[in-house]
Design a protein around this ligand. Structure first.
Ligand code: ZN
Length: 136
């Protein structure tokens, strides 16, 4: 797939405002975007660290993916997102290699990115997100 960089690291939190305060006051980063993604039942907050972002994820529904994740594992790193080109081709390629996918085709994530997840069973337990910014 040859990703160009880690686009973001997704972190599941129970209290978005509290987590934002930590990243602003302690880490000295600036939250530049807060966005609700109804499709994934989350509210997200974004910080830039160089080319990579931190994406905080607060569940808006206990039955959503982040709600379930926190119930099972508690707060913590939820996924790592790699920036790729031609995301459809990458998904097809991964499927050909027998990699189990959560998303067979990309959907819209926060910040207008096209995103798709690989199944953590196929990736040593790490939820991997592929994303492509088609707006630039
Ligand atoms: Zn993400």
């Amino acid at each position: 797939m040859k990703p160009s960089h880690i686009e973001h690291i997704g972190i599941a939190v129970t209290n978005l405002e509290g987590a934002i305060a930590f990243y602003e006051k302690v880490m000295g980063l600036k939250c530049y975007n807060i966005e609700e993604v109804p499709d994934q039942k989350v509210r997200t907050a974004f910080f830039k660290v160089g080319q990579t972002k931190i994406e905080l994820l607060e569940s808006t529904d206990p039955e959503g993916p982040i709600g379930k994740f926190i119930e099972k594992k508690g707060e913590g790193i939820h996924h790592i997102a790699f920036s790729v080109e031609k995301i459809e081709d990458q998904l097809a390629h991964a499927a050909e290699m027998g990699i189990r996918l959560i998303d067979c085709k990309p959907r819209k994530g926060a910040e207008g990115l096209d995103i798709a997840f690989l199944h953590p069973k196929a990736t040593s337990g790490v939820l991997i997100e592929l994303c492509e910014n088609k707006t630039t």
